[in-house]
Design a protein around this ligand. Structure first.
Ligand SMILES: Nc1ncnc2c1ncn2[C@@H]1O[C@H](COP(=O)(O)OP(=O)(O)O)[C@@H](O)[C@H]1O
Ligand SMILES: [Mg+2]
Length: 305
């Protein structure tokens, strides 16, 4: 059997709070739930994917930072969920930016290191999909990720500051491509929107289309709806969207009983029905996989179509 080609989807926007981490953990867990082997690379010093969303302690980003600096091989945490492995993030990644600033002296090439380490890992593990989370503002690390991933997904909220983050990232992306990166922009996804505000959403989609002009990419049809109650439960309970749907159903079933017994230390469940949010992630997952498949059939391996 031949090795799966490495399909790594970087989720990035230089703005924070636009849904990068939520999208990475939700999409990764949904693809893994279909039986495919998935890896999350948490390339953020805040480690929200590792600690908050997945509830894993990890190594503080130590291994990933050694891989970036010295091409040290990576050993993922296996099965943090069924079929889902993880390379943990954390504060050790802060060192990476500092190291990169002296790259001229030390000769460290984080992009080359990451390409080497990820392809060795793929030989071994043959993942169907790799999702890469990125942090805000860490320019050298972001450039290394843009230079070494296969695909790019850019989430944004509909406010001007987030949209200008898309514009900044689009420029960085084009520069990475000019410098020889193979990364392809799959699309932009609107996050934290009111699904009923159709006029506003259409306007935001129009703005995104303008920003993407010349990039050969379209906004995703799926938008991720605002659901603050579900967002709190997802993070404090370390659940994926599907796990939260199951937990909320279970909670409803046992609610009367709980009201009577008032179990001590029982944490409040904020979301009543997180299934709408979960189904947004399901649709986005499908769209991302479709776009990956389209790009792959458009590329004839080893030659020009
Ligand atoms: N559907 C949602 N509606 C509203 N807020 C959300 C939703 N999903 C997540 N959030 C919250 O939005 C914030 C930013 O999300 P996050 O995924 O961490 O973005 P980023 O990784 O870009 O910083 C977090 O506090 C998260 O809990
Ligand atoms: Mg994040």
């Amino acid at each position: 059997m031949t090795t799966q080609p490495l399909r790594s989807v970087l989720v990035a926007n230089q703005k924070g709070g636009v849904g990068k981490t939520s999208i990475v953990t939700s999409v990764a867990s949904m693809v893994a739930a279909t039986g495919r082997r998935v890896l999350i690379v948490d390339a953020d010093q805040q480690a929200n994917a590792t600690v908050s969303d997945l509830g894993v302690e990890g190594d503080g980003g130590g291994a990933l930072s050694m891989a970036l600096q010295y091409a040290q091989p990576l050993a993922p945490l296996k099965d943090v969920r069924p079929n889902l492995d993880l390379i943990a993030g954390g504060t050790a990644l802060a060192l990476v930016g500092a190291a990169a600033n002296t790259a001229a002296h030390s000769g460290i090439d984080m992009r080359a290191n990451l390409l080497q380490v990820m392809s060795a890992l793929q030989e071994q593990e043959s993942y169907d999909l790799v999702l890469v989370d990125s942090g805000p503002g860490d320019a050298p690390l972001l450039d290394a990720l843009l230079g070494s991933c296969t695909y790019l997904v850019v989430p944004t909220k509909d406010d001007d500051a987030s949209l200008s983050g898309v514009e900044l990232l689009a420029r960085r992306y084009l520069r990475a491509r000019r410098d020889g990166a193979a990364i392809e922009l799959l699309g932009v996804v609107l996050f934290d929107v009111n699904p009923r505000a159709t006029v506003r959403n259409r306007e935001a989609m129009g703005q995104i289309e303008d920003l993407l002009e010349g990039s050969n990419a379209q906004p995703f049809q799926t938008m991720i709806r605002s659901d603050r109650a579900a967002a709190v439960d997802l993070r404090t309970r370390h659940l994926t969207p599907s796990e939260l749907v199951a937990a909320a159903e279970e909670h409803q079933r046992t609610r009367i009983q709980q009201l009577r017994t008032k179990i001590a230390g029982e944490r409040r469940m904020w979301s009543r029905d997180p299934s709408g949010l979960a189904s947004d992630y399901q649709l986005l997952t499908r769209e991302i996989l479709q776009r990956v498949a389209e790009r792959e059939t458009a590329t004839v391996p080893g030659g020009v179509a």
